[in-house]
Design a protein around this ligand. Structure first.
Ligand code: P6P
Length: 337
């Protein structure tokens, strides 16, 4: 007797030995920390809710006339997409309701937003995010993502300083990739977990625990259009790669490019260029969270010859060069720098 599609789907789900949702994963994590108050769980829950809302809006964007740009240029000097604004407001609204969040900082806002000034036992975290990384891909249905970084709030310093901590001080980091499926990837410092949104039940289901990046991979990911202005060491690395059978893959959205490398191996690079001599990517809410994910998966993440997570931040929107991915591939790049 032929098995219907639904039966196959049910069988596949039933085979999943433990149908673990992101929510149950978060609560299980909380239970491993005696004395945990649930504040951290509530923040991850707000990020999960934001991701579902943003995903739903992106998937219906062309039908709801929310593609295209608004007549506004953000603090980065980039024309804002309508969905940039929607994603930013969704995250601010969902995180704003969580009493555990003292400060939020967004790529879209010039200054950090101080949500709660009365230092209480609960205002323990700062959340930094890029609400819609790669949003210029939206109109062409390319991959886009949300990137987030969570720091312990330090009430003993000015709020502006509390969010400027080195990436090594992150308590958690992750991203959501809105691609052919919606994938939630995060780490709280004990390995990388991956979840996929099942829109039919509105839940993120765990598909991998302790994701490990392949040690090597003959794929490099960078914008070749900038090649003439890369420093010489990067040019020599590209010559090495092209003489040794490497492939080039570039989505133009860091989350999509790094996600591919996390699963298949290789190296992502955004070197200094003439237009962006310090690199283009933002340290606090792009490079740092993605570097934590890559390192927790066994990879490497550097800026020039320095470890990204050790960089001492000076300003919220400062930029950095980036090389991150498989440890063997980052070592290859370093040989030429
Ligand atoms: P370029 C997207 O605008 C972004 O911040 C990253 O997601 C991406 O890796 C990079 O910029 C792409 O920059 O100059 O290649 O378009």
């Amino acid at each position: 007797m032929e098995t219907s599609g639904l039966d196959l789907e049910q069988a596949a789900l039933a085979q999943r030995d433990n149908l673990t949702t992101l929510q149950s994963h978060i609560l299980a994590g909380e239970r491993q920390h005696p004395g945990a108050t649930g504040t951290f769980s509530w923040i991850l829950s707000a990020l999960s809710l934001s991701a579902k809302v943003i995903s739903a809006k992106i998937r219906r964007a062309r039908l709801m006339d929310v593609l295209g740009s608004v007549d506004n240029v953000n603090v980065q000097g980039e024309r804002q997409q309508k969905l940039d604004v929607i994603a930013n407001e969704t995250l601010l609204r969902c995180l704003g309701k969580r009493t555990g969040v003292a400060i939020v900082a967004s790529e879209e806002n010039e200054e950090p937003l101080i949500l709660r000034t009365s230092p209480g036992p609960d205002q323990r975290y700062c959340v930094l995010f890029d609400p819609l990384d790669g949003s210029s891909n939206l109109d062409t249905c390319g991959g886009v993502g949300t990137i987030f970084s969570i720091l312990q709030h330090d009430p003993s310093v000015a709020p502006e300083r509390s969010v400027l901590q080195p990436g090594a001080r992150q308590v958690a980091a992750g991203y959501i990739l809105y691609g052919s499926s919606t994938v939630f990837v995060f780490t709280a410092g004990a390995g990388v977990s991956m979840f996929v949104l099942d829109p039919s039940i509105g839940a993120f289901l765990k598909v991998a625990d302790d994701v490990r990046i392949p040690a090597s991979g003959k794929t490099y990911s960078l914008n070749e259009g900038n090649r003439p202005t890369f420093p010489a060491g990067y040019q020599r690395y590209l010559e090495y790669a092209q003489q040794n059978g490497y492939s080039s893959r570039y989505a133009g959205a860091m989350v999509a490019d790094v996600h591919r490398i996390l699963l298949q191996g290789g190296v992502f690079l955004y070197p200094p260029t003439k237009k962006a001599p310090d690199g283009k990517l933002r340290l606090m809410y792009e490079a740092n969270p993605m570097a934590m994910i890559v390192e927790q998966a066994g990879g490497k993440a550097i800026a020039g010859k320095e470890r990204i997570l050790d960089l001492a931040p000076q300003t919220l929107h400062q930029r950095t060069s980036v090389v991150m991915g498989s440890p063997d591939e980052v070592a290859h790049v370093l040989r030429f720098l």
